[in-house]
Design a protein around this ligand. Structure first.
Ligand code: CAA
Length: 384
């Protein structure tokens, strides 16, 4: 794949148009108020961009992995918070795509596709961040036709606005990673409540909250796959969705570069546009190269992700998804920091969007596995 297909190009155009008209004008306010952008959600649902990946047989648009990447990239170019709508809907529901029965998909995918419910993913806990399996304390105990859940999940993106949650919990404490199972929990299940929203550096309009399970009883049929498969389903999910975080990072970086390009052509110092100074040009060239390199790796990883979804054995997806996530998020941090530098004092104030982009970029180096964990995953793949 060295060029996007006509369909993919048309999709990018359509998302960019929507993002320019409906999302970009809201981004600063969403950041300032830290309120979830329901109007953006509705616009994304209307265009079927909110959960493009849901298969057609369950009422979805059946978009491929590259299409999801393009949607997330273009939405993030305007507003990183808003790009978490398609990204987290995918993260929460890929475990079902990989492991759930037809019945479970039948129950949960149509409402997701219709925009009636969002899906979140709950792996991390206060003591289980990078060591996601070793530190896990949330328990699920089988009781007749039900499971009873107790514990706390932390850093859950879109908590409170999502209706459905894929929750990983320990079912067999003696078995480590192989004693973890995955379940669907619904907002409204007994004993299931939320913590207060975190006050964050960026992605402010996307609520991040704890989930509390206090003797939460759910039907046994909400188990995804078999008991003990939950951690592997969780990691296989991340193989697909780290690619979407790369897409988000790319979008944020491109938004910052585009803004800076416009600015340096307008801003005059020493009698000419600052774009005419070689020192500025070298910065722009470095920014553009970092983005473009990360973009092709991300698209290649998305193509692998799609093949895996179709049942092909593609051994390098784990490596490529960690590599593109790391490369793109490091690029986004560097590019947005340089964009702030190019705008000088104007870059440092919130009358201009690049400081927001710099704050938003930071999370892409942290979530869905820190970039240190990604480098560990990459090295393990190289050395095995
Ligand atoms: N796919 C399938 N199975 C995998 C796998 C993969 N990519 N990687 C590992 N496994 C299997 C292993 O083969 C092993 O199975 P066996 O016991 O049968 O051999 C099992 O899973 C456990 O693997 P490891 O022994 O390698 O586990 P580990 O604990 O040493 O390390 C890790 C795993 C890579 C560090 C992993 O825990 C990890 O990725 N940590 C980061 C956690 C993370 O990404 N959290 C993100 C939270 S989600 C989030 O941020 C979302 C959001 O809000 C937007």
């Amino acid at each position: 794949m060295f060029a996007l297909s006509e369909e993919h190009e048309a999709l990018r155009e359509a998302v960019r148009e929507l993002a320019t008209e409906k999302i970009a004008p809201r981004a600063a306010e969403v950041d300032r108020t830290a309120e979830f952008p329901w109007d953006v959600y509705e616009a994304l649902v209307k265009a079927e961009f909110h959960a493009l990946h849901v298969p057609e047989e369950y009422g979805g648009a059946g978009g491929d992995a590259l299409s999801s990447v393009l949607v997330i990239e273009e939405v993030a170019r305007a507003c990183a918070t808003s790009s978490l709508i398609p990204a987290v809907n995918k993260l929460g529901s890929v475990p079902l795509m990989l492991g759930a029965s037809h019945e479970l998909k039948q129950k949960y995918f149509p409402p997701l596709a219709r925009g009636e419910a969002m899906f979140s993913y709950a792996l991390s806990e206060p003591e289980a961040g990078s060591d996601a399996s070793g530190g896990m304390r949330t328990r699920a105990v089988r009781a007749g036709d039900t499971y009873v859940l107790n514990g706390v999940k932390r850093w859950i993106t879109n908590a409170g606005v999502s209706k459905y949650y894929t929750v990983m919990a320990v079912t067999d404490p003696g078995k480590g990673a192989n004693g973890i199972s995955a379940f669907v929990v619904e907002d409204g299940d007994p004993g299931f409540t939320f913590g207060a929203p975190e006050h964050k550096l960026g992605i402010k309009g996307s609520p991040t909250r704890e989930l509390y399970f206090d003797n939460t009883v759910i039907p046994a049929g909400r188990l995804i796959g078999a008991e003990g498969e939950g951690f592997k389903i969780a990691l296989r999910t991340l193989d697909h969705t780290r690619v979407t975080i790369a897409a988000q990072a790319l979008g944020i970086a491109q938004g910052a570069l585009d803004y800076a390009l416009g600015y340096v052509k307008e801003r005059k110092q020493f009698g000419k546009a600052i774009a005419d100074f070689q020192g500025i040009q070298f910065m722009l060239a470095d920014m553009a190269m970092k983005i473009e390199g990360a973009r092709y790796l991300t698209y290649a990883a998305a193509a692998r992700s799609e093949r895996v979804m179709h049942g092909e054995n593609v051994p390098d997806l784990t490596y490529l998804s960690s590599a593109c996530k790391t490369l793109a998020s490091d690029a986004a941090m560097a590019v947005t920091t340089d964009a702030v530098q190019l705008l000088g004092g104007y870059g440092y104030v919130n009358d201009y969007p690049v400081e927001r982009m710099m704050r938003d970029a930071k999370i892409t180096q942290i979530y869905e596995g820190t970039n240190q964990i990604q480098r560990m995953v990459i090295a393990r793949q190289l050395l095995k």
